[in-house]
Design a protein around this ligand. Sequence first.
Ligand SMILES: [Fe+2]
Length: 467
Amino acid sequence: MAAPFPKHPFLTGHAAPFGAELDAPDLIVTGALPADLQGTFYRNGPDPLYPPHPDDKYHPFDGDGMIYAFKIADGRVSLRNRWVRTPKFRAERAAGRRLFGVLGNPRFNDPSVSPAEYDTANTHIWPHAGRLFALMEGCPPTELDPETLDTIGYETFDGATAGPFTAHPKLDPATGELFAFGWSAKGPGSTALRYNVIDAAGESASTQWLDQPYCSMMHDMALTENFAVFPCLPLAFSLERAMRGQSPTAWEEERSAFFGVMPRYGTATDLRWIEADPTFAYHIANAFERGSEIVIDVAGSRKAPLMPDSSGRQPAWADARMTLKRWVIDLAAGRMREESIDDQSLQFPRIDDRVNGRTNRFIYFNGAAKEANSRIEGFDSVSAFDLEGGVRRSYTVDGSFFGEPVFAPRAGGREGEGYLMALEWRPSTHTSALVILDARNVADGPIAEIVAPARVPAGFHCHWRPA
Ligand SMILES: [Fe+2]
């Protein structure tokens, strides 16, 4: 008998746990599915199996990873969702209750479990070399069967990625290589950063050991044609704080930001840290080189959303709201300057991945046309921002919540020629749909909608895997 969940904004409404696995063979589709859209839309997100310890506090980054797969083939769409069978999930399911502290906080761990086993695999879903991986930054990639979503197990690439592995690796579209890192790579709180290159065939090509100026919770990295950039931002991790019963991760305002720049095939001796004023971003849309500068476009905020400061205070909305910003790293001067691209609140920025690491024209995101609709758990619109001319084009539904949009290219097309796909939750009817937009004409609204047979809870990241 499972216990009820506590009252919490991220355990109710759009974010309420779904708690079931479904197979739906043939979904209702309205509009016209494009004939060249064949493949699978995957979405990862938290769906906690059991409530936390009564004295522990839930966090939206916690929750067991649940994968949704909408498979589009020959005009028909099926849906399957499955939890990732992590060691944590299996142990808790066997026990019939929660055994781990929220976000792995050791203070609330059951004596039967080890802190190192905390893995929700709930953040991203990433195909590579014909395989599929659920990613969460505290653990190695978890391989899943791309069709059945059955959990196969950890993949460490012969030990190269044993330990933490980012949920945001970067693919080079020209070479097919995957560039990735893991923070706290020599134990919780360590400043060790492991930098991995996985080749197009899915073999480990390089592992470099780097060192951060302090233990920053590094969620994303930037990749250009020649450089890798590691943002060490003042969202810092402290094991001592956890043992005092506080959040191990907190915003430490007194710290500088540092940008670690190195040739992407370089070693630790090539790494150079460039110091800057405190700033924050969970997510990097893209990065490219411009003369002696590295340009990085991000969903940036003044402080880290959803994370307390060292005294336990949550940031004010004005400090936590994310907007499109540009970090310009001047390699000659050794400085970083921040610019604003757009002032609308947004959550997850994406691009046409065929230009990843190169100059891009478009950034896609779920954002808030009405600031009142702008909250971390949902946004009322899907937008395409055209960096040539600085124009934002949006599809907005007042009252709906859109998740991360993912770009599906049209075969042979240029950048931006293809489709945007995003999950929309409609609270008035308690239903969800996968909407498909023409990425060049987002404001025209969906060209097709795939109706989910049940509410799809709020989640994190998505991937399109063409057939
Ligand atoms: Fe993320």
